[in-house]
Design a protein around this ligand. Structure first.
Ligand SMILES: Cc1ncc(COP(=O)(O)O)c(C=O)c1O
Length: 487
């Protein structure tokens, strides 16, 4: 009997798109954004290019407000600056009635620059410099204290100004849905927050007017907010029973999920992402149910960020090169063996790959989410070949610069444009100048006019803050060291 050579068993990830490329049907194309041809956007503003839809921003904040205002008498949205602090974006939210939520002195300055008065700024964050706290106190901002050291710093300012300072206290709670964000604020579950409220009342001139709880981000389970709302109401009632007054406001933070798709997320966003009505129901019905009937309902603040801005943002990019990516593939190894070849795990197959002119330095969120990628046009060749599993590389000289390990795309060639979506949340604020300049950003208004809201970077933007020590002013090699002289 012929002994069969041993082939080690392997587990091979089944590609979603290899089984039957045609099953995905027509090549989905995005050749327009808000009625403006992508080709025109590239011709006028270059590639890559971030594009924001003003209509989408306004639709989202109006829908969120409507959902909450329908079920709660006193609710205010605060635009979370860190989610996207391009001034034009912030202004749209402010025009729609949102106040500002900031987490640093820098963001505070930005909100003031955008015309927001101190009393309409919610000042969060685990570190606020004494200078920024002094300004916030002087301007009547809603400071949400994060830790005991901050309470002590504010208590000193209250002595200095000889005034009581009104603050909110930030807490974290275990909602049972994800790891607790215990970095921020005091624990509301084990009595720490209650003790801190009593200590503050007894030892400082601070007046705790509100309770703040931001449970986390991209919360796909709206039930987490019911748990958090219950915890903050119970804390408010316990603090009142302990001798403090009833707080005037509750702040349930942000964290509502956008229609992005997490790596490994099984359900599509249309099914997985709760609606604003779901979140509003979870939060407002809990507060209304538990708040004492004889007392006025507390004011409700919300700081939702990504759910309002993610879908409004697109990244237009161009294919600069196509490649065949070598995949180590156990199936190919077995197939070779079946044809009388040598069974070896090093036999490889190939997968289409493209290199784009944008990299992960401007798509930071691809670490957690998979943007959809659409060709910005179609051709008979594309349609004929159907969809292929394709690796999408970024343009950086870094092996980790992979935008999508595997996206279903038609066969693309250098020069073809693609559109990535949704990318409006956190990418602008977290994008870094690294290897390549950061691209321009435009916003399309409801009349389809295209406005430049941030120009593409140039060398001076990057090296402007640099300083050259005198002794390095010349590029000539020192004669002491010998060697070639450059002019
Ligand atoms: C205090 C606070 N509020 C609001 C937000 C906005 O969160 P999201 O973009 O998840 O809605 C954050 C983000 O982490 C936050 O830390």
């Amino acid at each position: 009997m012929n002994a069969q050579p041993y082939v080690a068993p392997t587990i091979r990830r089944v590609s979603q798109t290899t089984a039957n490329p045609q099953r995905l049907g027509r090549v989905p194309v995005m050749d327009m954004i808000d009625g403006v041809p992508v080709a025109r956007l590239i011709a006028e503003h270059g590639s890559p290019l971030f594009v924001f839809s003003e209509s989408n921003l306004r639709e989202k904040i109006r829908a969120a407000r409507l959902a909450f205002e329908a079920v709660y008498p006193d609710v205010t949205f605060a635009w979370s600056y860190k989610t996207n602090y391009l001034n034009a974006i912030c202004r749209v939210f402010h025009q729609e009635g949102s106040i500002a939520e900031v987490v640093s002195g820098f963001e505070y300055e930005k909100a003031r620059h955008n015309g927001i008065p101190g009393h309409d700024i919610i000042f969060n964050g685990p570190w606020k410099s004494v200078e920024s706290l002094r300004r916030a106190v002087a301007e009547g901002a809603m400071i949400q204290v994060d830790n005991r050291d901050e309470i002590v710093a504010l208590a000193r300012l209250a002595e200095e100004f000889q005034v009581p300072i009104e603050v909110g206290i930030r807490v974290h709670v275990d909602t049972g849905t994800h790891a607790v964000w215990s970095k921020f604020g005091f624990n509301a579950d084990d009595g720490e927050a209650l003790r801190m409220m009593a200590w503050t009342r007894e030892n400082t001139r601070l007046k705790i007017r509100g309770i703040h709880c931001h449970v986390g981000t991209f919360m796909l389970d709206s039930g987490a907010y019911a748990t958090a709302a219950k915890a903050v109401v119970e804390l408010a009632l316990a603090a009142e029973a302990a001798g403090g007054g009833l707080v005037e406001y509750l702040n349930l933070g942000g964290g509502f999920a956008s229609h992005a798709r997490l790596h490994g997320q099984y359900l599509p966003p249309e099914q997985a992402t709760p609606s604003f009505d779901d979140y509003a129901g979870a939060i407002c019905s809990t507060i209304k149910q538990l708040w004492p009937a004889a007392s006025k309902l507390p004011k409700l603040y919300l700081e939702t960020g990504r759910a309002l801005v993610d879908e409004a943002g697109y990244l237009v990019s161009s294919v600069v090169a196509v490649k065949q990516r070598r995949m180590h593939d156990a199936t190919a190894a077995l197939a070779a063996y079946g044809k009388g070849g040598v069974a070896t795990a090093t036999v490889s197959s190939r997968r289409n790959a493209v290199v784009l002119d944008a990299g992960i330095n401007i798509l930071y969120t691809t670490a957690w989410y998979q943007p959809s990628i659409y060709p910005a046009g179609t051709s008979p060749a594309m349609t004929a070949a159907g969809m292929q599993p394709t690796t999408v590389y970024g343009c950086l000289c870094m092996n980790i610069d992979v935008i999508r390990e595997e996206a279903a795309l038609p066969v693309l060639k250098a020069g073809d444009a693609v559109v990535m979506h949704p990318v409006g949340a956190y990418n602008i604020t977290q994008s870094m100048q690294f290897i390549a300049y950061r691209p321009a950003v435009v916003m399309i208004d409801p009349e389809r006019r295209v406005h430049l809201i941030r120009r593409r970077e140039v060398l001076e933007d990057v090296q402007g803050p640099e300083h050259m020590p005198d002794y390095l002013a010349s590029t000539r090699q020192s004669t002491a060291a010998g060697g070639r002289l450059d002019p």
